[in-house]
Design a protein around this ligand. Sequence first.
Ligand code: EPZ
Length: 419
Amino acid sequence: MYKLVIKGGVPLSGTINIAGSKNAALPILFASILADGPLKLNNTPHLSDVSTTLRLLMDMGAEFILESDNSLFINSAKLTKLTAEYNLVKTMRASILTLGPMLAKYGEAKVSLPGGCAIGTRPVNLHLKALEDLGASIEVKGGYIYAKAKQLIGANVHFEQVSVTATENILMAATLAQGTTTIHNAAQEPEIVDLANCLINMGANISGAGTAVINIKGVKTLSGITHSVCPDRIEAGTYLIAAAITGGKITLKHTRYQSMRAIIDKLIEAGAEIECDKSSITLDMKGQRPKAVNIRTSAYPNFPTDMQAQFCALNIIADGQASITETIFENRFMHIPELSRMGADLTLEGNTVIAKGVKSLTGANLMATDLRASASLVLAGLAAQGTTTIERVYHLDRGYETIEEKLKLLGANIERIQD
Ligand code: EPZ
């Protein structure tokens, strides 16, 4: 196992490139099951969740080649096994996204229930009910989902709750269904638009992706094509906070600010100066202490839950008091006890934490628990006086490409060492 050792107090400066989006790359990799030929993906991020996805697809009979120019050829056109095994699914919940594509292409699927994770029970009832709406018969036994459908039939699907991957599962399944499917109360995340653009490029007939109502007219086959994964807005937001929390100035390349408005608005409210152009974002904190900003997470285009822990880190050293309310997941405050050990003044009341900004934090030995909570510990360590160590950094590697290398490029004093 590895840990990160950070000597805080250095205002970050410099320029880094933002990678492709984890939460776009994963559904797009699973969409390769639908194609009758290989997909060529550019800008795929080097993350452990991507490796897990490739291992899972390979276990089912897919093949892939990673080219020297970082492009990835994935051929899942002829699966030899229609089972997503527990030993792989348990490490990454997004494996549920094998269900819709397998059902649509082969008429059957056996997928391990993903189980919960640190941030919540993470049920999949919305996925299963919507697939039944499309005519699938679903049985859950022995920890596995058994799904069958001679032919999926287009239908009206109403999600009682907005769900990103449930929307993606149905979007993919409906591309090969007979007739038209309309998804109501669909998630509107940019990653869904990227998936839809890839599917349309493959030959799917989709309209309305990125809005609450998506229409999909089923087609017979989808082809292998080339697609470039959209930028990771959460990775970008995390590094912008790294600059804000240390009073620095950085530029991010390969970004798309249009998908980050809620994040950027909050950073401006915290006192940052931000300049955006077509594919880069510059944040300048001018050495100032951030102002406290109230946060309330909800579905896109509102403030993203995946940035809640990072803004918590910013608020603990901010000037003033702020409330941070998490409305999406039931247990996404695992970073609170760890941040408190650095001297943060945080009070948890139900799904809201009250942060009273302190002038400085003290480095400490910390334990990572989940992906975005771990990111908030790194951010606090960058701002703290003295040394912070963060154990179990495998959580970070799920969603951040070589985080210590990118932070070193920005001037941070950070090392990854063996435990
Ligand atoms: C996606 O998870 C993202 N993961 C998450 O990012 C993100 O936090 C989340 O959407 C919310 O934006 C990927 O895209 C791979 P949901 P997902 O279904 O789809 C409840 C990260 O850090 N729900 O939108 O699993 C659920 O419990 C990860 O990159 C049901 O009740 O989340 C939650 O309360 C973490 N039944 C709410 O809906 C269901 O069948 C929204 O979850 C499905 C979801």
